[in-house]
Design a binder for this molecule. Structure first.
Ligand SMILES: [Zn+2]
Length: 418
């Protein structure tokens, strides 16, 4: 039943005695009593006061979710908290799949079960502290999943008082594959691509893009620029930008009182690649000659050779685009406005009106205008200092300007004092 070498290894670890000494003593016992080596090892364990069962338990000590996932353990035991109760869906192949959100102090993860195992997962409730044995690990689209198999046991051993606290993160703490809850300020107008709604959320540490599907998409569309919000969903960090995906099953988007002050107001000279920033300045160039691009009608992405990178062959539609250069006195940014952002900034009522407007009319309206834009910086510009995509844009009237000027004045005074 026990491997002698393994047992001696355990005894050495538990007692701190050298292996050679233990092997020697096992042989002595074997010879003296005329018993098997295995029996002698067990006798020695008893003599040294090592509880074999306990020693065995120690080998099967639960690991943290972070360790199981980062080391890619194939089978493991873990203690975790159920943060979001299991939701069951039908799979495309006609089976059933349950997914719960679990977490410990180190990270959160998806706990999934298929078909007959679904029932066992369904018994779990939010706040349950669970001891799971023989858990497995797989990946779905590059995100880790903890899987309940036939031989997995799930035992509720306690209640947790604050399961939500285990998934609260700031935008700088977002890790691929985690389920998180983030509080922040909506810094772009939510945009509906027809398939999903996306917007940007900022807190004191940075910004994340939020993609929402289903009911959550409806909720997201109701949010307004500058509003506080709580978002819950699965993180993906492909392409360098953290994205919180609010799926049809788990996830949440809702307005909330938020005390964080996102530090997104920036001067151009302070920008760096990847920043989400709000810039106030003057439009010094308007490129309105080429005013549309061929877009996928489902997701709005550029269509090349009749194909959308996500949806394959599609009949493209003309979507408005407008390129401006904004100068705030410290530098210049070339900003690309897409879709309604372009139409609205140009003062047009519809995409049609925008696409048909005289180039000269648009230039007259915008050149020299004071604007406030929220942008995501793509990188350094070819001619301008930076190249960016607009998340929001607004021309400022005299009242806005007075407010901006007084803010700036106060800031300058502060700098002089410093
Ligand atoms: Zn598409």
């Amino acid at each position: 039943m026990y491997d002698v070498d393994e047992l001696i290894e355990k005894l050495a670890r538990r007692t701190g005695r050298p292996r050679e000494e233990l092997i020697e003593r096992v042989r002595e016992l074997r010879d003296r009593w005329g018993i098997s080596e295995e029996g002698a090892a067990l006798a020695l364990a008893a003599e040294l006061g090592v509880d074999l069962m306990e020693a065995n338990e120690e080998e099967r000590k639960p690991v943290t979710l972070d360790r199981a996932i980062s080391e890619g353990l194939k089978s493991f035991d873990a203690e975790f908290v159920v943060v979001r109760a299991p939701e069951v869906i039908e799979t495309q192949s006609g089976g059933r799949m349950a997914t719960a959100v679990i977490a410990d102090e180190t990270r959160s993860a998806a706990l999934v079960a298929f078909n007959e195992a679904v029932e066992r997962l369904r018994e779990l409730e939010e706040g349950d502290v669970v001891r799971g044995e023989n858990l497995r690990l797989t990946a779905f689209r590059g995100s880790p999943q903890v899987v309940v198999e036939r031989d997995t046991s799930l035992r509720v051993i306690d209640e947790h008082e604050d399961p939500e606290g285990l998934i609260e993160r700031t935008t700088s703490e977002l890790r691929h594959g985690e389920y998180v809850r983030v509080r922040g300020i909506v810094v772009s107008e939510p945009t509906d691509t027809g398939e999903r709604v996306h917007f940007w959320l900022s807190d004191e540490e940075g910004s994340a893009r939020v993609n929402a599907w289903g009911d959550a998409a409806e909720r997201a569309l109701e949010l307004e620029y500058g509003q506080g919000a709580v978002v819950e969903g699965w993180v993906s960090t492909r392409g360098g930008t953290p994205v919180i995906n609010v799926l049809r099953t788990h996830g949440l988007v809702k307005p909330a009182e938020v005390s964080v002050r996102p530090a997104i107001k920036r001067r151009v000279r302070e920008l760096k690649e990847g920043d989400v920033a709000e810039i106030s300045g003057v439009v010094v160039a308007v490129y309105a000659r080429r005013r549309y691009y061929e877009a996928c009608p489902r997701c709005g992405r550029a269509v090349r050779d009749g194909e959308c990178p996500e949806h394959g062959p599609v009949e493209p539609e003309r979507r408005p685009v407008l390129n401006l250069v904004v100068d705030d006195g410290t530098g210049t940014v070339r900003v690309a406005f897409f879709g309604d952002l372009a139409v609205d900034l140009a003062g047009c009522e519809s995409p049609k009106e925008y696409l048909e407007a005289e180039e000269e009319t648009l230039r007259e309206r915008l050149l020299g205008a004071n604007v406030s834009v929220v942008v995501r910086v793509r990188g350094e510009g070819v001619v301008e200092d930076y190249d960016a995509v607009a998340l929001r844009g607004q021309t400022l009237d005299d009242e806005d300007l007075k407010r901006e000027a007084s803010l700036l004045l106060r800031e300058l005074e502060g700098e002089e004092r410093a």
